[in-house]
Design a protein around this ligand. Structure first.
Ligand code: MG
Ligand code: ZN
Length: 365
């Protein structure tokens, strides 16, 4: 009996210490972990590790993405398939649910989901999207719309009104003004206090407020065919508009055409698009470093092309490789995180965890 009561006393002592430690920490003796006010999520569509490394090699090791040291691996399978499409991939990242390939912002049972952009908007954060494709395409659509099929582009364009978004920049003006229902969504956007612009110089003139910049009738051209610095200028403009909100902002930036280079099995196309995307990453990192309250997440929805890096020279920047498919592959993709909250991203995670962790970092859940 005496032994037992000694053990109990020891146990109580141990428990007291164990329980009281976090209480002490909460009482201010331990430095509080900073939480971000802003999240900039950069998605390289189809950008696996091989695509990143191809651009790393071509730039002789001078990539912004690879300066980020908090790294995770992301599983990309969808609810329906081992290999995802960009609809289900975008939905997993935007809304935290795996769905059927081809669907946008809904569950496999067709229940609409609320994206992190909509959650952020509901909490009065400013929100934005920048993409190098038509803004109704699968990846950006996943953050603003719910549709049974990614092909419902007019329905997706219409939902830009109701999503609560403040700034969106990309291509696809035809889906807003040349519609089968004859609606003119430019008029409706202007009625909702959006400045609607169709050229980069006009976009650069906008200094505050809501903005829809639909810079091309359909998709913007490839970087090698004259897109120029559209993505960098758009990234810079979106950050300068959204960061005027003291409560914070959520911004998704997509390097859309890395995927298309993979589908075309065009190594140069892939490298040029990753390098362009990387310049946007650099702008986001520069802002985050000065701002100090911004979490930057760089990742992909899936890999495209099954690319293998077979040739490279870090002095000349020569790089080469081979693709084994003209479609997506199932390999996990890398994720790079910088800034407050970045420590949450580690190990092998599900694509849906990006939503969960980003929501957690912003204190939205
Ligand atoms: Mg995409
Ligand atoms: Zn694709």
């Amino acid at each position: 009996m005496k032994n037992n009561s000694f053990l109990s006393a020891a146990l109580i002592l141990i428990l007291t210490f164990t329980i009281s430690l976090p209480v002490l920490a909460g009482g201010g003796k331990v430095k509080k972990t900073k939480t971000p006010k802003n999240v900039i999520l950069l998605i390289g569509d189809g950008m696996g590790l091989a695509q990143v490394y191809a651009a790393y090699t071509a730039s002789c090791g001078n990539l912004n993405i690879t300066t980020i040291d908090q790294i995770a691996l992301v599983k990309t399978n969808s609810a329906s398939d081992y290999i995802t499409d960009s609809g289900a991939g975008g939905t997993a990242i935007a809304c935290g649910e795996k769905t059927t390939n081809g669907m946008i912002g809904i569950t496999p049972e067709k229940v609409p989901l609320t994206s992190i952009l909509k959650h952020a908007s509901a909490r009065r954060l400013s929100t934005g999207i920048v993409s190098t494709c038509d803004v109704t395409h699968a990846t950006p659509a996943s953050f603003v719309a719910s549709a049974e099929s990614r092909k419902m582009t007019e329905k997706i364009a219409y939902q830009y009104h109701t999503s609560g978004i403040d700034v969106f920049i990309g291509g696809g003006s035809d889906h807003f003004i040349r519609r089968s229902d004859n609606l003119n969504l430019f008029d409706s956007l202007q009625n909702r206090n959006f400045k609607v612009v169709q050229t980069i110089p006009a976009m650069m003139e906008v200094k505050s407020g809501k903005m829809a910049a639909l810079l091309y009738p359909e998709h913007p051209p490839k970087i090698s065919e004259g897109r120029g610095d559209m993505l960098s200028l758009s990234t810079d403009k979106a950050i300068s508009l959204l960061s005027q909100n003291k409560k914070g902002f959520f911004l998704m930036i997509e390097g859309s055409q890395i995927d298309w280079g993979g589908h075309d099995n065009d190594f140069e196309y892939v490298v040029n698009e990753v390098l362009d995307f990387d310049r946007a990453v650099g702008i986001a990192l520069d802002f985050a470093k000065k701002n100090g309250e911004t979490l930057v997440i760089v990742t992909a929805d899936h890999e495209t092309g099954g690319l293998a890096n077979l040739e490279g020279n870090f002095t000349t920047g020569h790089a080469g490789g081979k693709f084994i498919t003209d479609n997506h592959s199932g390999i996990p993709v890398p994720l790079f995180a910088y800034g407050p909250g970045s420590h949450l991203f580690k190990g092998l995670i599900e694509n849906t965890e990006i939503f969960v962790l980003a929501m957690q970092a912003l204190g939205l859940n």
